[in-house]
Write a protein that binds this ligand. Sequence first.
Ligand code: ATP
Length: 213
Amino acid sequence: MHPIGIFGGTFDPIHYGHLRTAFELTQALRLSEVRFMPAGNPPHRDITVASPELRLQMVRAAIGQQPGFNVDDREMRRAGPSYSVDTLTELRSEMPQRSLCLIVGMDAFLSLPTWHQWQNILTLSHLIVAHRPGWRAPAKGPLGELLVDHGTGRVDDLHESNSGRIFIHAVTQLEISSTEVRKLIATGRDPRYLMPDAVRDIIQQSGCYLQRA
Ligand code: ATP
């Protein structure tokens, strides 16, 4: 059984930076699937702009029929903040033997020490860090130490154990962020080619980003 990638985010909205990252990691790490998990009520972010229903609809539209890409809406169905540690605990109890790979961008990895029960994350899953434009891997501090203890460059390590390693992978650098996409739309510009057309259609029909970035 190959590892499963878990890709959490607000996806407000989902864009090609997310999709290309998930695709490249699927191939590079030989993942059996990537589960996109839109956060319901993200604990360390400002309130989201598009509603949870709309963000979920956009994620579904974005992945379409892509083999190996799936949506898991459990964080949206759960009341209260979406803590990754709770989601991983649930997944681990459903799949006790499976290698789980939590996918995060470098910016999200750098905020790891602020996550709820962050020290437990690596007891439940591996951590896959997608290199993002403009962000460097930490060499010192708690994350630098974590990388010394848990870092690996071997894909096979992610297959041979089901949790506990950190793997940093350079993905094609696509300088797209949801914040910039929302700003662009709020100022009347067209997000074409930053995301699949099916996502752009939902944004245009709902008008969800016209007011606020
Ligand atoms: P925002 O601009 O509001 O911070 P975002 O574009 O980072 O949003 P999120 O939904 O917060 O989107 O991202 C989910 C995950 O995807 C995070 O781990 C983030 O680091 C990663 N990610 C987002 N954009 C990219 C990108 N262009 N390349 C690689 N990873 C990305």
